[in-house]
Design a protein around this ligand. Structure first.
Ligand SMILES: [Zn+2]
Length: 271
């Protein structure tokens, strides 16, 4: 398997994977979505709420606010040594929010949450939680914990984790006659006209929609769109809770652990 990093920043990771096994990449994709843990607010103690939004709505909005996650320090509550329903400082983080409007209506943003651990804070401090009118007050304590996307989407570390086949396009060289139909119709702007010739501008943008093939006036179409066998382009877009490369690394660790567990069970059963 050959992996090439096409794009990488704090949130996005785009990989070209050649000689890939599609089921393996799909397993990693599903684990990234459902099993890699992240931190999210799970419980709230409402001390005062005179806003027009019900406590449950505020709790729901806070739960869905992505938090920066530290997987090296914190444990999943079910795997933590404390085994306490209230959690300990290795499986729970307390955040507080106290907001009041003295003049006019004002929004309350995620940035107003104060965390006991400065490294577990909202990914963005611009997530609007609610609006307070003059004289309204909100005071609460929120408890965040690690969890998995398969139990609730708020624990999903990725907003997108998908792959597509690696496109393979053959553009006609001679036969084409002053026609720009394929260039015009492509929604991803894969083609470009250069000196009356169709050329490929961005091969990897192709999503194999086949619009260009259908638009070609010649029968059979002169343009040929296919995909490479066992080559994929994978996109991972993090919610910001974890760096995208860490999400994939964790997914491989989890898959490895699951396979070892399976092997162990097999040994016991076979005895
Ligand atoms: Zn604990």
């Amino acid at each position: 398997m050959k992996i090439e990093v096409l794009e990488k920043d704090e949130i996005n990771l785009r990989l070209a994977i050649k000689d890939a096994s599609v089921p393996l990449i799909n397993a990693l994709r599903r684990i990234a979505l459902a099993e890699v843990p992240t931190m999210a607010i799970d419980e709230i103690v409402m001390i005062e709420n005179s806003s027009i939004l019900q406590d449950e709505m505020i709790a729901h909005r806070l739960g869905l606010t992505p938090l920066k996650t530290d997987l090296d320090t914190y444990n999943l509550p079910e795997e933590c040594e404390c085994q306490s329903e209230f959690g300990c400082n290795l499986c729970r983080v307390t955040l507080t929010l106290e907001a009041e409007s003295n003049e006019g209506t004002r929004p309350v943003y995620s940035g107003e949450l104060i965390s006991e651990n400065p490294s577990i804070i909202p990914v963005s401090d611009k997530v609007p939680i609610l609006k307070l009118a003059k004289g309204q007050k909100l005071k609460l304590e929120a408890y965040a914990r690690l969890g998995k996307g398969k139990n609730h989407a708020k624990w999903q570390p990725v907003s997108l984790c998908a792959y597509k086949y690696y496109p393979k396009i053959e553009v006609p060289i001679k036969e084409c006659k002053d026609c720009t139909k394929c260039v015009d119709i492509c929604p991803k702007k894969v083609y470009i006209m250069k000196e009356n010739k169709v050329e490929i501008r961005d091969l990897l943008a192709c999503n194999l929609c086949m619009d260009c093939v259908e638009a070609c006036p010649e029968k059979p179409p002169l343009i040929k769109v296919e995909w490479e066998k066992n080559a994929l382009i994978m996109n991972i877009e993090s919610t910001g809770a974890l760096p995208p490369e860490r999400i994939i690394q964790e997914a491989t660790k989890i898959l490895d652990k699951q396979l070892k567990e399976f092997e162990q069970h097999l040994k016991v059963e076979a005895k």
